[in-house]
Design a protein around this ligand. Sequence first.
Ligand code: PLP
Length: 410
Amino acid sequence: MARSTTQPSGHSSLGRSSSVAWRHPETAAIRGGRTLDPETRSVVAPIHQTTTYAQPTIGEAPEFTYSRAHNPTVQELERALAALEGLPHARAFSTGMAAITALVLATVRADDHVICSDVVYGGTARLLDQIVAPLGVRTTYVDSSDVGAVVAALEPRTRLVLVETPANPTLKVSDLGALGDALRDHPALLAVDNTFLTAALQKPGDLGADVVVYSTTKYIDGHNVSLGGALLTHDSELVERIDLVRKTTGAIQSPWNAWLTLNGLKTLPLRMKAHSHNAHTVAQWLQRCPEVTSVSYPWLASFPQRDLARRQQLGGGGLVTFSLNGGLEESRRFVEALELVTLAEDLGATETLITHPATMTHGDLSPAQRTERGILDTTLRLSVGLEHTDDVISDLEKALGALSRREQVA
Ligand SMILES: *Cc1c(COP(=O)(O)O)cnc(C)c1O
């Protein structure tokens, strides 16, 4: 776990006299870290769409030199993300995968060891197995909802414990407070991919995480318009290494996507409340359908880790995972009968999307690995959007109806 801590650096912000107003995420998301343009006093920060910056003389390094290192619009996003998360340092990346790659490169070297949740974003596992492993860094995958299993996998050279909670697509929850406590005396950093809940519903930094990881592509942008990633930490030494990796590998966010993400961020807490409400409503409805064999949603009474989820999360989030009776053919017929709900490999935005993990996000896993992780051929992950739930439910109902009608014919 990291020790060194610094406070956010001072900057002129929008009518701020103290950070008290930021206690509420709704306020922090709109006002946190935002600066007024000193020249125009424009309420929305301008886009600094520039690669380079004029320097006053030789030998004096100005704050901005080249946009691969820093850019004012990207920095505005970083201040805003840091304010919402309540952590002093944020760095924005071109994608979530660029952020995770920078985290790994900043924390491990040859012969080091990584522990990663066994149910994890497919790109993270691909990075660790196909890019990082050949460089001499081993990864052990463990069920991170079992703190004992994580502790048992620790080695003297474990430098990074990367946890995703709730897990994709099973929504299994890992106890971040217990993991933070268990790793307190070990040099490994605890990094939490908080993409599914965001700071609006879960604050890993308050629970013992050293690094919070995001694909901002999902809920933070929230409108399916910009790719992005972020790393947040209280560790000022780590952020220096992250800066070196980002500058060297060219992984920084673009000014335009940073500006789009800043706009999306403003409504994040409101959207997360609505996503959670809608997903809970849809999950409860799915539970009553005879064609549906199981429904996983953290706020359901049937969710095995319901108490932990309620302790750790401020809401259930927007994802619901369910399985149908039958096999691959039934999954295909079901998604083909949907009209409003869109089959796509993404989540976290205004449109309700459905994903078939076995062939899409988790298609790289062997059938045995999928079964072990609870991913069946009929498992579907729904990212419940912000349409009216009556419309989403009637679309699902119609598709389930198509399923049983065909069954009767057959
Ligand atoms: C999408 C996603 C990523 C990768 O983010 P990109 O922006 O697509 O590169 C990482 N982690 C989780 C949990 C994700 O859902």
